[in-house]
Design a protein around this ligand. Structure first.
Ligand code: 5GP
Ligand code: MG
Length: 178
């Protein structure tokens, strides 16, 4: 298996580009079916979700709008615990069908912080699509309506996900080597 080095750490391939694209297509098919005849407003969480959001968006056939917002909770390999909005949401979500696009849900703290802010605007519906879910790590009750892959508690990079700023450019997803 080809391995990569990002900063001081080695990573092995975990999910191939093919597997990722297949799964995103399946997730998009489910959304296309569930929201048939409706208009969907997607909120993609930067930075990590930019590739997922772009590939998902290309597979959608329902009427779709998208915006990008930025929330930060991670420094290096560990969650810093604090969630800070750095690029705000300026759209009115009232009566809109909203789907959040998130690269990975780990402790769930980011979503736990963010969801009430969205509910406050009284959307018609609110769902979460997450490409990756570290299910054993999640400490909050976060309803994930569309999950790409449930993964173990190992740090991953690639396909938009970084390790201290680097590693986002890879097409595959890599896991920290033992
Ligand atoms: P949570 O708030 O659920 O603990 O963490 C969510 C955010 O932490 C994700 O959006 C992502 O930016 C970051 N994160 C969590 N696990 C990983 C990981 O294994 N690799 C990378 N690169 N980021 C992660
Ligand atoms: Mg993220």
């Amino acid at each position: 298996m080809p391995a990569i080095r990002v900063h001081d750490k080695n990573f092995d391939v975990y999910l191939s580009e093919f597997e990722i694209q297949q799964r995103i297509k399946e997730m998009a098919d489910a959304i296309n079916k569930d929201y048939k005849g409706k208009k969907v407003y997607f909120i993609a969480i930067l930075n990590g979700s930019f590739m997922f959001a772009a590939d998902m968006f290309k597979c959608l056939t329902v009427e779709s709008e998208i915006c990008f917002i930025k929330l930060v909770s991670y420094k290096g390999l560990k969650s810093s615990g604090d969630v800070a909005t750095t690029i705000g949401l300026d759209e009115d979500l009232h009566q809109k069908h909203v789907i959040i696009l998130e690269d990975i849900i780990d402790t769930g703290k980011t979503m736990h912080y963010f969801l009430p802010k969205l509910f406050h605007q009284q959307p018609a519906s609110l769902k979460i699509a997450a490409l990756l879910h570290k299910a054993e790590m999640t400490q909050y009750d976060i309803p994930i309506d569309y999950t790409g892959f449930v993964i173990p508690n190992k740090f991953v990079v690639g396909y938009g996900l970084d390790y201290d700023g680097l590693g986002r450019n890879y097409r595959d997803i890599y896991q920290l080597a033992d």
